[in-house]
Design a protein around this ligand. Structure first.
Ligand SMILES: Nc1ncnc2c1ncn2[C@@H]1O[C@H](COP(=O)(O)OP(=O)(O)OP(=O)(O)O)[C@@H](O)[C@H]1O
Ligand SMILES: [Mg+2]
Length: 313
């Protein structure tokens, strides 16, 4: 059997993402930072045809946990594996747009216009980024008004899903970067998503509020979107040198088990640096550990999705 450089079975046209192997050298079990046997995720084969997209909402009502950083860098890593990716900035702060080198204040049309104005189409708002295959629906502070204005709309939780629909056949993955709140905008993202990904900063209060988030996800599953799955919880800003970091990660794994991604994102200043440069870390510093971590996350995510990922629904 052919084995790729990382020990996994390579993908084939019938099984594009290959088979995940657990990296257990004869010397013993290789435990990753999550203290579980560390699988080796296969190198994906680029899809020959694109779409329809699997939609993933990046959600945690806690601020500053790595939602936007993960949206940009997971998106860019998936593009390196040949997927076409649509990013949706669904935060009035516009940090996703800024992180991709766009000044949100200079935009005429944003996701706000797409949601609220019937004559604006997704193509009108769509921007290409500096990374080929990675496109963006940008936002700015205008979006904060939508939270209030949507309240009186018919089917107010389904507005984002309706406006995204025409774009989804053209992409393999759509990542929605949510604001740190569980308000109506985030509910819209959860209502149109196939999966929800929860970044958690490895610090003392990491799990604070996660019970409320899980409760909200359950309610959306019951009432609005019974296909919504929890993609996984992602530990971010991890520092293996501190006992504190290791303890927090152990607690997260104890609480959520296999829902926690094996891939862990370390704390490094290269992420803020890449944001200032307005590009993903995969292009800003392609050989950095941060770039490798997001490539590993991309492989892990793809290994969890039905093959091919794009035929999930
Ligand atoms: N792994 C990391 N190591 C170091 N800094 C990081 C890391 N991930 C993100 N950061 C930095 O932490 C800050 C918060 O990250 P980010 O904006 O991605 O979080 P967020 O959850 O989207 O925040 P918000 O809730 O405000 O939208 C940013 O300055 C970002 O550059
Ligand atoms: Mg953010």
């Amino acid at each position: 059997m052919t084995v790729t450089t990382n020990g996994s079975t390579p993908g084939t046209p019938d099984n594009p993402w290959g088979d995940t192997k657990t990296d257990t050298p004869s010397t013993g079990v290789n435990l990753g930072p999550t203290r579980r046997p560390r699988p080796v995720f296969p190198e994906p084969v680029p899809p020959e045809v694109h779409g329809p997209a699997r939609v993933v909402a990046m959600v945690n009502q806690k601020g500053g946990v790595g939602k936007t950083t993960t949206t940009i860098n997971l998106g860019a890593a998936l593009v390196e594996y040949g997927l076409k990716v649509l990013l949706v900035d669904f935060d009035p702060q516009g940090a996703l747009s800024v992180g991709l080198g766009i000044n949100p204040l200079q935009l005429d049309l944003t996701v706000y216009n797409l949601l609220m104005e019937r004559n604006v189409t997704a193509e009108d708002v769509l921007l290409e980024t500096g990374v080929e295959g990675l496109d963006l629906l940008p936002s700015n502070i205008d979006l904060s008004a939508a939270e209030v204005q949507l309240v009186t709309e018919v089917a107010r939780e389904q507005v984002l899903g309706r406006v995204l629909k025409p774009l989804l056949p053209h992409y393999d993955v759509c990542l929605i970067d949510c604001q740190p709140s569980l308000g109506l905008l985030t509910i819209n993202a959860l209502t149109c998503a196939h999966g929800v990904m929860v970044p958690l900063e490895c610090e003392f209060f990491a799990l604070r509020g996660v019970a409320l988030l899980m409760d909200t996800i359950s309610k959306v599953q019951e009432r609005l979107n019974d296909e919504l799955e929890i993609e996984g919880l992602l530990a971010t800003m991890y520092d293996a040198r501190t006992l504190h970091g290791r303890e927090v990660l152990a607690r997260v794994v104890e609480a959520f088990g296999d829902k926690v991604f094996h891939t862990v994102i370390n704390r490094t200043v290269r992420f803020p640096d890449a944001t200032v440069a307005g590009e993903p870390i995969t292009t800003f510093d392609p050989s950095s550990l941060g770039a490798s971590a997001y490539r590993e996350l991309a492989r892990e995510v793809l290994s969890r999705w039905p093959a091919p990922a794009t035929m999930a629904r």
